[in-house]
Structure formats: C-alpha cells, structure tokens
Design a protein around this ligand. Sequence first.
Ligand SMILES: [Fe+2]
Length: 342
Amino acid sequence: MFRIDLSASDIAEAGALVASLAERYRTVEDPAFVREATIIAHELPRALRAGLLEFRLTEPHPLCVIGGYPIDDERIGLTPAHWKDCGGEGRPTLAEDLFFYLCASLLGDPIAWSTQQDGRLLHDVFPIKEHQYEQLGSGSEELLTWHIEDAFHPMRTDYVGLMCLRNPDGVNTTYGSLEGIDLPADVVEVLRQERFPIRPDRSHLAENRQNDGDEQLRRLRDRSYEWITGLDANPEPIAVLFGPQENPYLRLDPYFMEVPASDPEAAAALDTIVKAIDANIAGYALKPGEVLFLDNYRGTHGREPFTARFDGTDRWLTRLNIARDLRKSRAHRRSADDRTIY
Ligand SMILES: [Fe+2]
C-alpha cells in the first residue's frame, strides 16, 4: 500500500492547526468549515500534502494509509451505540474529525447522501446491535463481503476515507484489486459491456428513512428513495470494467449482483473476475489515529467478521465519501456548493 507516515514535527504542526480550528468550529458539518476546508487543508504539513497529491495523481495503489496521528483513547469516550446518538455538535472526536476532513479535502470534496445517516457528511462506523447479522458497515458477525462503495450508483464516491478511532480487536479491513491479475481478453471485453444488473445495498434503503426538513427537501429525498427502491425491484445492467485499457477501473458489488440465466457468457465473466479478486484479497487492521483512503475506482474493500461487545469498547471508525468532481452530481444537489446528493 501507499503510506504516508507523519514525523514528530508534522504531528505537532497538524495538532496546532486542529486545536485552533476547534476553537472556531464546533463540527465538521458547519457550512462555514465545509466551505473553507479546501483552503485550510493547505496549512497541513507539506509532506502530507505532497503524499496525498502523489496518491491522487499517479494512482500508485488502491490504498493510502496516513499513520502517526495520536488518539487519546480516554478523551474520545465510549464507542456510541448508534450513529443517531452522536452526530453534530459536541462530539468528543472534534479534533480527529477536523484532521480527517482536512486530509480528505486534499483529494477532493466530501459528499453526503440524503439517504444515509441523516444526510451527514461524516459517518460513524461501529457495530450496531440490531445490524449484527447484516451486510452493513455497522454489522459485525457477518463477513462484509468486498465491494466497490455504492457500486450501483452513477455518482458513487471516488474515494472512501476511514479514520480509525479505536480497533482493540485488530479487526481487518479487507481490500482487493486487479493488481497483478491478467484476465483473458475475451472476459475483459464482456465485462466492459452493460450486462450486469446491480441492486442497491441496504444502507440506502428505507429502513433509515428520515422525514424532517422543508417541503422541497422532503420532495427531493422522496425522489431519491423512489429511484433507489425502483432500482432494487428492477436493477439496471452496468459494465463491471471501464476506463483505461491497462489497469481498468472497477464497478462491482457481487453480493448485490445477479446475472440472468439467459446470459451465461456474462455470468461466466463475472464469476471469473470475482474468483480472481477473491484470490487476491488482503487484510489490514487499522490502528488508532490512522487514516485510510481507498481509491473506489481501483480497489474493493470489505471487513472481516468479529464479535462485538456493545459495551462502549468496540471498534470505531469515521467515514467520508470524497468526490473528485462535484459537477458529476450537480443535477442531484440543491445548489452548486451543496454537498448532499438527493
Ligand atoms: Fe463499503
């Protein structure tokens, strides 16, 4: 993987920046902070900025890990029981949230989904008891099978950012890619065709439905839910590979994909790529303070199963979705600088 390790002076510099911001902003959701973040991010240590620029421009690996940011395990408090309990102002993780958001702002612009975690930009990822056996980031006992984030969605994120607040059991984040894999040319050709129906994953579906906001917002959100529910009933066929001839980009989430029996050639091609990526899966256990950016065009990710305790000591990550080009989703956002996709 591509690593950026912060030096002692980098840590001091970033810490001072974050401490001064924590006096001005009470949450990373503050629209003033969201607007300013891209500029403020240029006050981060130069080595960190240079490393993230290299990761963004040269695409050296699907994963980038930034190591060294210190976490005070006591100060951040207990792992919450539900994301509904911990959003907005007053988070004990404000410093970590600010640092993470600034790093993300060097890769692009964080985006929010109206259909996920009440439309927040910063998501929390920890085991939720009711989701224990679900195929969700908030599940635990089930393997979260590898996927491209929001693969069903044409405006899916370019990068998934994860910041580790605690991971006492060393639970592995899994990742896979086509690195070092030579798929037969005829398989690649089929995978580049729109023959692979995909359904939305559960995190966007109506179980998380929210009903607040003004009338326009409710209408937009309803439209979004309707589109996603419709896609669940009638999945749209997509191409699994796209982009460059060499090292093509990926778009797949096998758990939510079923190729109809009428297209055995596509089914065989999907099976071939799934097996090839399966054979190439690796794991990495994030350490507290580490920030991971996954290139959502180049690599898949998942999570190994674990047994949660639900006592405030479980694994806790925060997550950001980051777009390189906000304009791609302009028709689905309320204004040019609004970050929420409806
Ligand atoms: Fe994911």
